[in-house]
Design a protein around this ligand. Structure first.
Ligand code: COI
Length: 331
């Protein structure tokens, strides 16, 4: 059994040999992401595994995989927004993902960014670095997290882990989700979307990117947020209207933002880029001391990376062996 693994990171390369040996399979490492050019690397394989934020919307890729007799595309991610599910259906391809590789990895990044902002670390850095001013201006006084209301949009595996951490820190957690899960009750109070937007001191997004959730945070929501609120996005950049976010920050409609993901990140996150290719929105946001940006690295922990590779390969092998996958994402 031979699986083509596209776009393996350095850390995945270091562990995949051991995982493959345990599963009794051969893994062919392909440097590129999956594209119409690189798909040929799957020709001699029984399945493929991918990890990318770039859209996979070229029909040629799906048709070629089908022609090679490949039965599935295995995503080493939770999110499936890069996939064209109509094309997957047309070419009989099962899409698998890894819904639970480590909700804590993502949740801890959301909490870390929130704490960085609430304790005004970026603002203090600017204050010290610009003027060697180590004093305590009133503008930089902060509050403590257990006095805050945390508002979560989406409380599936990751949002629920965020709720558990914040409630353990003593904060009040309110949450909106289209699905009610009684298991979340000890950690949060369910509320409607508008209430979360209006009442939270920290709003954290944990919902998939779908046509219905694209730009769910835009001008109206920024107008409704407290001007002391912080917005955290460790989910998908497309959930936030970036222009509206920049305006809200410039006009002090909100106090700051923590961003592990940006709408246009596929053009530069995960790569070394030339200075002249850095997008304008990144430069504007990065220059703000009340904004913290990380390069879609919430997932990047030893536990998460190991599970992403292991679970994704296991499901790909199951399908190639004619078994039912554990984590199919096709509707
Ligand atoms: C996910 O698992 O959905 C992530 O956001 C990780 C990313 C590397 C695609």
């Amino acid at each position: 059994m031979r699986i083509a693994m596209f776009n393996p990171s350095e850390s995945e390369r270091a562990i995949v040999k051991g995982i493959a040996a345990k599963q009794g399979i051969e893994v062919k490492l392909v440097d590129d992401i999956l594209t119409p050019e690189s798909v040929v690397e799957a020709k001699d394989c029984d399945g493929i595994s991918i990890l990318q934020t770039v859209m996979l919307d070229q029909e040629e890729v799906y048709r070629t995989l089908h022609d090679y007799g490949i039965k599935s595309i295995g995503l080493r991610s939770v999110g499936t927004n890069t996939i064209d599910f109509d094309l997957a259906k047309k070419y009989d391809l099962i899409i698998t993902h890894v819904p639970v590789y480590s909700p804590r990895a993502i949740a801890e990044m959301a909490v870390t960014q929130a704490m960085y902002l609430v304790r005004k670390i970026g603002l203090f850095h600017e204050h010290m670095d610009k003027d060697y001013d180590f004093s305590y201006p009133t503008a930089l006084i902060s509050d403590e997290i257990y006095n805050k209301t945390i508002g979560l949009i989406g409380v599936g595996n990751i949002g629920s882990a965020v709720a558990q951490i914040f409630s353990a820190l003593g904060a009040k957690v309110i949450a909106y989700d289209v699905i009610y899960n009684p298991a979340n009750e000890p950690f949060l109070t369910y509320a409607d979307f508008d209430t979360v937007i209006k009442e939270a001191d920290v709003i954290s997004l944990h919902t998939p990117l779908l046509p219905s959730t694209k730009n769910m945070i835009s001008t109206k929501q920024f107008e409704e947020m407290k001007n002391t609120a912080y917005l955290i996005n460790v989910a998908r950049g497309g959930l936030i209207d970036t222009d509206a976010l920049i305006k809200a920050l410039q006009e002090e409609q909100i106090a700051g933002a923590g961003l592990d993901t940006l709408a246009d990140e596929a053009t530069y996150f995960g790569k070394k880029v030339r200075v002249q290719d850095i997008p304008e929105d990144y430069k504007i946001l990065r220059a703000m001391p009340n904004v913290i940006i990380t390069p879609h690295s919430a997932y990047f922990t030893e536990t998460a990376v190991k599970n992403m590779v292991k679970i994704s390969l296991e499901d790909t092998v199951r399908i190639a062996e004619g078994k039912k996958p554990l984590f199919a994402a096709n509707k």
